[in-house]
Design a binder for this molecule. Structure first.
Ligand code: TYM
Length: 372
């Protein structure tokens, strides 16, 4: 059972029951606390749902990024995708938030497609990862990003633009550091030993282009943090600012425990799923309900372990009052799981219908986003 395994969070593996407070200690990051939320709110007007609900819960140097911003130094945003298959709604969590930051702070986004990383760590050809890159970019564009403020870099086609910085980074990172940070083994291929220097490049690319330091903020789930630890260690040696981060929790899969992951497709909602596929997956989800409707009415359910409730909370019910109502109704046994599942299915399908429409429209403009 996923929940009973030891907690492991790396860019290539997330297992066990995730204790986010423990991760903050383990990774040496900072919680996004109330004073920081107030500071963000000053600039954004209202707090984004993902901040109010503490989905984005941890950071490095976010206070410094805000200092710089308040002094008139604009930052760039950097995030990315490893194109190893179709995009699921978990991947959309940091992208929706990144779009919000782009709008509120009027910033440029660098988005990296690590077609090389996924070729190296999965049983995929370079042709496969190039195909997923193209398809996944449609999902990113469907989130509303605009071509004049967004650059999508694809590691393999764009390597000439990235390689010089990657070499400069790589020269300052020794093998034992990469081995320890990423848990590499003697059997790991040598491509993946070098790869972290490629993922570090976009942290500095705006500074390189501008000829002076430009702050960089990375919104992503916390599994990507090992890359930033390595990058932050060497930034000063190259004369660059350390990149700052905002870390999100994981959207869970529809099974018991574990993050949403394409490797378990039956517990994963892909952005290209049909309404019927969504209905079937949601119907089979693990909930906090009792075995029978009678027991549910008498004893109430447990929303804290329910995947259906998590989806309302994390993505599909933005109204704080309504989400609290859902929680209370569940605890009091006033509702049964079938009702919540039917409502969630409908909300996901409404969302996906619109996302899929925008995704198709993106085919006509995709080339405008790729790095020139
Ligand atoms: P990848 O493709 O594994 O994930 C893409 C983004 O989605 C986040 N993520 C999730 N967020 C919430 N819930 C989930 N269940 C979930 N699963 C994945 C990831 O944290 C990531 O933000 N090596 C990277 C590609 C990359 C990148 C970056 C990512 C290159 N540069 C800069 C973030 C920031 C990767 O394979 O991501």
């Amino acid at each position: 059972m996923v929940e009973e395994e030891e907690m492991v969070v790396t860019p290539w593996k997330v297992t066990g029951k995730i204790d986010y407070d423990k991760l903050i200690k383990q990774f040496g990051t900072q919680p996004i606390d109330e004073p920081l939320l107030k500071r963000i709110e000053k600039h954004t007007g209202t707090l984004h749902t993902q901040l109010r609900r503490k989905l984005f819960f941890s950071h490095r140097d976010l206070d410094w990024i805000l200092d710089k911003y308040e002094e008139g130094e604009k930052f760039i945003l950097y995030t990315g995708r490893g194109p190893s298959g179709p995009v699921h709604i978990g991947h959309l969590v940091p992208w929706i938030f990144t779009k919000h930051l782009q709008d509120k702070f009027d910033t440029k986004l660098y988005f990296q497609m690590t077609d090389d990383e996924k070729f190296l760590v999965h049983d995929l050809t370079l042709q496969d990862t190039a195909g997923f890159t193209q398809e996944n970019a449609l999902d990113l564009i469907a989130c509303g990003f605009e071509p004049d403020r967004t650059v999508i870099m694809r590691d393999v086609p764009d390597i000439a633009r990235l390689y010089k910085l990657a070499l400069e980074i790589a020269k300052h990172v020794n093998y034992s550091t990469v081995k320890a940070i990423f848990g590499l083994e003697d059997s790991s291929n040598i491509g993946i030993i070098f790869f972290p220097s490629i993922q570090a490049v976009p942290c500095f690319i705006a500074s390189e282009e501008a000829g002076h330091n430009v702050p960089c903020l990375i919104p992503a789930a916390i599994d990507q943090d090992p890359y930033w630890r390595m990058t932050r260690d060497i930034a000063a040696k190259l004369g660059y600012y350390k990149p700052a981060q905002m870390h999100s929790k994981f959207l869970p899969g529809l099974g018991k425990g574990g993050k949403m992951s394409a490797s378990m497709p039956e517990t994963c909602i892909f952005t290209t799923d049909t309404p019927e596929a969504v209905r079937q997956k949601v119907w089979g989800a693990f909930t906090g309900g009792r075995p029978t409707a009678k027991e549910q009415r008498e004893l109430g359910g447990d929303p804290s372990i329910c995947t259906i409730y998590a989806y309302f909370y994390d993505l599909f019910e933005e109204d704080d009052k309504k989400v609290l109502e859902l929680e209370n109704q569940c605890r009091l046994g006033a509702g049964i799981c079938g009702e919540c599942k039917a409502r969630l299915t409908e909300l996901i399908n409404v969302f996906l219908k619109e996302h899929q429409r925008k995704r198709e429209a993106a085919r006509d403009i995709i080339d405008k986003f790729y790095m020139k």
